[in-house]
Ligand binder design. Structure first.
Ligand code: AHR
Length: 660
C-alpha cells in the first residue's frame, strides 16, 4: 500500500522504472570536479522565514503564558473566567482610558467581597499553559488599589484543578506600579491554568497580568521559549526574514504590521488582531491577536543570537491583495517611507539618533548591522511597481548600502509573475523574491529552474516554498517524506545555481498542533513538546553543509537533475577543505553510484555520509514519534579518489570528505 502510494506520481514511476533497468546493469557514475571551485556560496544561502501564523508568536515562541494579559482582545475578558466559590462576590469592570493610555487603553477594575468563600479569576492560557516541574515561574501585574492594601494568591492549577505551585502578592497604594512574585512548579502539566484569588474585601485596578517561565532562551525575562529557539539555532540559518508574510500587509491597511508599535516598553505596545484570526473559516482562531511582546527589537536580537542576518519586510502602502487590496495614494506614502528610513536608523543608527537611542535604551547600544530589507510581501500589478519605484528612489538615495528585496507576486509563474519579472529586471532591483507552494512533482520538474536564468540580472531570493501534498492551503497537506524528498531535489538546483540564488527559506516556520491555520509547516509544537518535520531535516542537511563555493557534479557530462531519478549538487568548504556532495535518490529502489572526486590531488580515505530516508512517501514525524525520520551518520571509505556507495531508495545523502 505504502509503495503504491509512493508511486502514485507518474513522474516518480517513470524515473523508478528507468533506474530499475539501470541498476540491474551498472552503477551510475558521477564526477565531482574539486579542482575548479566555482562561484562563492553566500553566507545567507539557507535561512528561515518567521511569521506569526499558526500561533507561532503569542502562544508559541513568545513564552508568555497568560492569554489576553492586558484585556485588549475584542472581547475584553476572553481567556478569563470567574470561578468564585462559597458565596464570595466580586465583579470585573473593564475600564477604557484611551485618552491617556492610547496604546493600552483597557484595564480591569476588580472589586470583591470574599469574607466568605473565594473570589477568583482563572486564565486559561493559550490552549492551556505548559508548565514544567522544578522550573521557576515569574508572575507580574501592573496594579494599584484605591483603598487598603490587598492580597492576591497566585496559583497554577493542573488539569484536575489541583494547585501545582503558587505564591502571594500584596498590592498597596494608588499609583500604577509593576508587582512581581515568583514560585517553583511542583509538577509538569501541559494544560495548566493560572488562578488568582482575591482575599478579604477590596478593589484593585490590574493590567498586564503576566506569567513567564524563568528558563527562557538565554534566560531573558519576558523572553522566548528556549526549546523552540533551539530548533532555529540548530539550523545555523544564514538569515531570518520577519515578520512575514501576509502579516506585513494586513487584511487592510489599519491591520498592517507597524514596527514602531512593537518596540519600547512591552506594556506600551498596541495589541491588534492577528490577520490569521479570521482568514480561514475552517481553521478560524477567535483568540488570535498580536501582543507584540515579540516585536522588532526581539526579532533583531533573535537574529543576532542565532547568527542570522536580519531581513525585515516592510509595508509599502499596500494591504494584502488576496483581501482588501487597499493601497495608499502615491502622494501620501511619506509615513510609510519614513517608517522604512526610521527602521534603518533603529537597526543601524548611532545612539545619538532618535531610533538608535531607543534601541540602546532597550539594551542594545551596538547596531544590529542590518544589510537587507524587503519592500512589500506578495505584492503584484502596476500598483506595486508604482510604489516600489518611490521606495527604491528614496531608499537607494539615502541608504545605498541596504539591499532591497522586491516581490514578484505570490506565484512562481503565470500572468502576475510574467508582468512583474521583466519590470523588476528593467528596474535593476537587487533581489527578486519568488514563492512556490507547489506539489512535490513541481519541485522535481523544476529542480533545473535556475540553470538557464539570466546570470547578469537581479539575484534570487526563494523567499517562501514548501511541497504541498494536496493543494495550496488545504488542511490535509502533510509534512510527509514525499514532500521533503521533492524539496531536497529542488534544493540541489538552488545550490547548483548559488551564483544567482543568494537566499532561500521554507515557509511557514512554526505551527501549534492545536492552533494552526496553514499546513505544512517546518516545526510543530504543543505547550511542552516540539518536533522537526522531515522537511526540517532536509533544511538542516543543506544549511549545515553549506560550503563556500559551488563545485560541478555531472553524470555523463551533464548536471544531474532528474536523470535516472537522481538529483545532485556539490560544494567545496574552503575553510575545512572538504568536498560536500548531496545526492537525492527519488527512486523506489536503491541505486548504486560511483563518485569520482576529480581535480583534487588527494582525497582522504574516509568520509562521513549522512542519510535521511524513509520507506513510505506518507511517513511523518509526530510529537509522539519525533525522530521517525532523521539523518543517520555513518563513515565511508574511498578507494583513491573514488567512492562506491549505494543510495537507499527515496533518500537524501550528504557526503563529506577531505580533498586537497
Ligand atoms: O507562509 C504563509 C503565507 O503564504 C504568507 O503569509 C504569504 O506570504 C504566503 O501567501
Amino acid at each position: 500500500m505504502r509503495i503504491l502510494q509512493f508511486c502514485r506520481r507518474s513522474f516518480l514511476l517513470v524515473a523508478a522504472i528507468l533506474v530499475y533497468q539501470q541498476s540491474e546493469a551498472q552503477s551510475i557514475a558521477l564526477t565531482v570536479d574539486a579542482g575548479k571551485p566555482g562561484a562563492p556560496i553566500q553566507s545567507t544561502m539557507w535561512g528561515i522565514f518567521f511569521e506569526d501564523i499558526n500561533f507561532a508568536a503569542d502562544g508559541g515562541i513568545y513564552a508568555e503564558l497568560v492569554k489576553n494579559r492586558s484585556f485588549e482582545f475584542d472581547e475584553p475578558l476572553m481567556g478569563w473566567e470567574d470561578a468564585s466559590q462559597g458565596g464570595a462576590k466580586g465583579a470585573v469592570l473593564i475600564t477604557n482610558e484611551s485618552a491617556t493610555r492610547p496604546a493600552n487603553p483597557r484595564y480591569a477594575h476588580i472589586a470583591w467581597n470574599a469574607e466568605q468563600g473565594l473570589y477568583t479569576l482563572i486564565n486559561e492560557g493559550f490552549k492551556g499553559m505548559g508548565i514544567r516541574k522544578d522550573i521557576r515561574y515569574n508572575f507580574s501585574v501592573w496594579a494599584r488599589t484605591p483603598n487598603e492594601a490587598v492580597k492576591l494568591k497566585i496559583e497554577l492549577l493542573n488539569a484536575n484543578g489541583t494547585a501545582i505551585g503558587g505564591t502571594t502578592l500584596s498590592v498597596a497604594g494608588n499609583d500604577w506600579k509593576k508587582y512581581t512574585a515568583s514560585f517553583t512548579a511542583t509538577a509538569t502539566e501541559a494544560k495548566a491554568k493560572l488562578r488568582i484569588t482575591f482575599e478579604g474585601k477590596g478593589a484593585v485596578d490590574a493590567d498586564m497580568i503576566s506569567l513567564f517561565p524563568n528558563d527562557t532562551w538565554k534566560n531573558r525575562p519576558g523572553g522566548l521559549r528556549a526549546d523552540l529557539v533551539q530548533w532555529l539555532a540548530d539550523l545555523k540559518p544564514g538569515f531570518i526574514r520577519f515578520p512575514g508574510g501576509c502579516i506585513v500587509e494586513g487584511r487592510d491597511l489599519t491591520n498592517r504590521y507597524q514596527w514602531k508599535k512593537t518596540v519600547g516598553n512591552v506594556e506600551d505596545r498596541e495589541l491588534i488582531i492577528n490577520r490569521w484570526n479570521t482568514e480561514f473559516k475552517h481553521r478560524s482562531a477567535p483568540d488570535y491577536f498580536q501582543s507584540f511582546g515579540l516585536g522588532f527589537f526581539e526579532y533583531f536580537q533573535l537574529a543576532e543570537d542565532i547568527g542570522a542576518e536580519p531581513l525585515p519586510i516592510i509595508n509599502c502602502g499596500m494591504a494584502c491583495q488576496f483581501n482588501s487590496s487597499e493601497v495608499v495614494p502615491l502622494d501620501q506614502l511619506d509615513p510609510y517611507l519614513q517608517d522604512a528610513l526610521d527602521l534603518i536608523e533603529f537597526a543601524n543608527g548611532s545612539t545619538d539618533t532618535q531610533w538608535g537611542k531607543l534601541r540602546a535604551s532597550m539594551g542594545h547600544p551596538a547596531p544590529f548591522n542590518m544589510k537587507m530589507m524587503g519592500v512589500g510581501n506578495e505584492q503584484w500589478g502596476e500598483q506595486y511597481i508604482d510604489r516600489l519605484k518611490v521606495f527604491t528612489k528614496v531608499l537607494k538615495e539615502k541608504h545605498p548600502e541596504i539591499k532591497l528585496i522586491t516581490s514578484v507576486g505570490p506565484f512562481s509563474g503565470g500572468e502576475l509573475f510574467d508582468y512583474l519579472n521583466p519590470e523588476l529586471r528593467s528596474m535593476h532591483v537587487d533581489f527578486i523574491d519568488e514563492h512556490y507552494y507547489r506539489a512535490p512533482e513541481w519541485f522535481l520538474k523544476n529542480a533545473n529552474r535556475y540553470d538557464k536564468y539570466d546570470r547578469s540580472g537581479p539575484k534570487i531570493f526563494a523567499g517562501e516554498y514548501a511541497g504541498h501534498t494536496e493543494r495550496k492551503v488545504q488542511p490535509e497537506n502533510k509534512n510527509n517524506w514525499e514532500s521533503a524528498l521533492a524539496e531536497a531535489a529542488f534544493m540541489t538546483g538552488l545550490e547548483r545555481n548559488a551564483d544567482i540564488v543568494y537566499m532561500a527559506s521554507y515557509a511557514p516556520l512554526f505551527a501549534h498542533v492545536e492552533g494552526w491555520q496553514w499546513t505544512p509547516d517546518l516545526i510543530w509544537f504543543d505547550n511542552l513538546r516540539s518536533f522537526g518535520t522531515p522537511n526540517y531535516y532536509v533544511q538542516k542537511l543543506f544549511s549545515t553543509n553549506k560550503g563556500t563555493n559551488i563545485l560541478s557534479v555531472t553524470s555523463a557530462n551533464e548536471a544531474l537533475s532528474g536523470k535516472n531519478g537522481l538529483y545532485a549538487s556539490a560544494v567545496l568548504d574552503g575553510t575545512t577543505k572538504e568536498v560536500i556532495i548531496k545526492v537525492v535518490n527519488t527512486n523506489e529502489k536503491e541505486t548504486a553510484v560511483d563518485i569520482l572526486v576529480s581535480g583534487a590531488k588527494k582525497a582522504s580515505a574516509a568520509g562521513i555520509l549522512s542519510v535521511l530516508k524513509s520507506a513510505g512517501a506518507e511517513d511523518i514525524n509526530t510529537l509522539d514519534d519525533p525522530f521517525h525520520i532523521k539523518p543517520v551518520e555513518q563513515s565511508i571509505s574511498l578507494k583513491g579518489k573514488k567512492l562506491q556507495t549505494v543510495l537507499p531508495a527515496a533518500s537524501v545523502s550528504v557526503i563529506r570528505l577531505k580533498a586537497l
